[in-house]
Design a protein around this ligand. Structure first.
Ligand SMILES: [Zn+2]
Length: 494
């Protein structure tokens, strides 16, 4: 029985050894295999335990691998080693990717990144004389809306009124407080991003009861996903209403976050006090005089009590893409401020007769361009994510947060990119190491005093003057003499 096990163990070990020998260079394979066969025979016959030979042979794979790579770490590991150019780019890419995913997770940030449709370009939000503050604060009286529906047909093909409020919503025994509900006119249905079939069905509804649309998130919070909840009625601010439809969060294309819409029939909306204020959205008539006025313009309306009132009309696309404009402005501002924080000169790199060194200028600039190209979207994504993760589009607080984050992000990221580029070897793009101070401070004018950095692969030295002088005002690279190369085991110099 023991003999049979040993034969089986020997057979399995021989098979594993045959596979492992495939990793060994061809010239050394036979000798390596013979050595291992001898070792395995010894292990199998010296031990009384079962399958010792098989376990021992597993070590042959590591031995064969080390023999093949000559003890070196794999090339991929070298490329991502500490201080390497690829690792630097990979880290910036990961930071940008996390920022992008954070944007995707936030409805407001996602809307800011989405391309604008022709519908959002033609749709305007009309606010009182508050400019962009009118995006957040209800500023149009419903009396004005009632008059505009008939008096401004030459300007607008459709118009809707909505009045957001914070209500408590109750479904059975379950109650939610601070739910953002918008009481809206029936014409609001044409402005919501609903499926065509649902939009037609709702617009043809002749019921004298209000229609209630809730987002899927609110629906989940109220009913915990029960499918029969669609037939239930809930209390919204003390009024009992039946849920008409559950829609996605993207159904609301306008600024501010709304989780439920109460579409009131005209007779109910007419009972609202004339002085009550809300928001008015309108779709610009393509053939009207307002079609060519751009993304922000003013509308002067005669008032019944005399005089003219000024209203600001802001295109929804302008509000949705305000974060992109903020980014452009902050990018320009950061680039203008950059020379005040760090010198833009990347240093003096003398020409080298070796063609290998001469060609190294191209990857150096490619690396720098990639670094900047990755930094810009990373800062963009993070500034939008931080500003709009908890704030709706159109929020002034979010705009201020984004301005600060984007400006400081661009400025310090560019500053870091320039400083990082100056601290790299121009040949292998590895971060330089082992800084050493050379010379005394008194030598600055008649000799040289500063810090010397060295490439760990033996490509050269970087001299950074302590005090810039007329003959050495910026850092200077010094190629290493070939006689030094034997000191660097990892050198790639040819
Ligand atoms: Zn180097």
């Amino acid at each position: 029985m023991i003999r049979a096990r040993r034969i089986a163990d020997q057979f399995v070990a021989a098979a594993l050894l045959q596979v492992a020998s495939g990793l060994v260079p061809r010239g050394q394979r036979e000798e390596w295999r013979a050595e291992w066969k001898g070792e395995i025979w010894q292990v199998i016959h010296a031990s009384s335990a079962d399958w010792q030979g098989t376990v021992f042979t597993c070590g042959a794979f590591k031995d064969a691998y080390l023999l093949r790579t000559d003890g070196r770490k794999p090339r991929a590991f070298h490329a991502l080693a500490h201080g390497s150019a690829l690792r630097c780019l990979a880290l910036i890419f990961v930071v940008g990717l996390v920022g992008f995913l954070t944007c995707i997770a936030s409805p407001s940030a996602r809307m800011a990144l989405a391309p604008s449709s022709s519908d959002t370009t033609r749709t305007v939000l009309i606010s009182g004389d508050r400019g962009y503050r009118g995006i957040e604060v209800p500023s149009v009286r419903i009396a004005d809306y009632r008059r505009w529906r008939t008096e401004t047909r030459h300007l607008y093909s459709a118009m809707a009124f909505y009045q957001p409020s914070v209500e408590s919503v109750t479904a059975g025994k379950h109650s939610l407080k601070h739910v953002k509900v918008a009481v809206a006119s029936q014409s609001m249905l044409s402005f919501l991003n609903l499926t065509p079939a649902l939009k037609v069905a709702l617009e043809q509804n002749q019921s004298t009861h209000p229609l209630l649309l809730v987002t899927s998130n609110l629906y989940q919070a109220l009913f915990h996903g029960k499918s029969d909840a669609i037939t239930r009625s809930i209390q919204v601010g003390g009024q009992r209403v039946t849920i008409t439809s559950v829609v996605t969060g993207e159904a609301w294309p306008l600024p501010s976050s709304i989780t439920a819409w109460l579409i009131e029939p005209p007779n109910v909306l007419n009972r609202i006090s004339a002085a009550s204020r809300g928001f008015v959205v309108a779709r610009v008539n393509p053939g009207g005089s307002a079609a060519s006025l751009g993304s922000c313009w003013y509308m002067f309306v005669p008032q019944p009590e005399g005089g003219l009132s000024r209203f600001t009309c802001i295109a929804i696309s302008g509000i949705l893409h305000a974060p992109i404009w903020v980014l452009w402005e902050m990018l320009c501002l950061a680039l203008a401020a950059l020379p005040a924080t760090t010198p833009l000169d990347l240093g003096d790199y003398p020409h080298h007769p070796n063609r290998h060194f001469a060609l190294s200028t191209i990857p150096r600039w490619i690396f720098f361009a990639f670094k900047i190209a990755l930094i810009v979207p990373s800062v963009c994504f993070w500034s939008i994510a931080l500003a709009y993760y908890a704030n709706p589009l159109g929020s002034l607080a979010a705009v201020y947060i984004q301005m600060v984050v984007a400006f400081l992000g661009f400025l310090f990221a560019f500053r870091w990119a320039w400083r990082d580029q100056r601290r790299r070897c121009p040949v292998c793009l590895q971060l330089l190491s082992n800084p050493a101070h050379v010379g005394r401070a008194s030598h600055s004018f008649l000799d040289w005093s500063g810090t010397e950095w060295i490439c760990s692969k033996g490509h050269g030295f970087l001299h950074i003057p302590e005090i810039p002088t007329s003959w050495l005002s910026i850092q200077c690279w010094l190629h290493m003499n070939p006689s030094w190369h034997s000191l660097f085991s990892d050198t790639c110099i040819e």
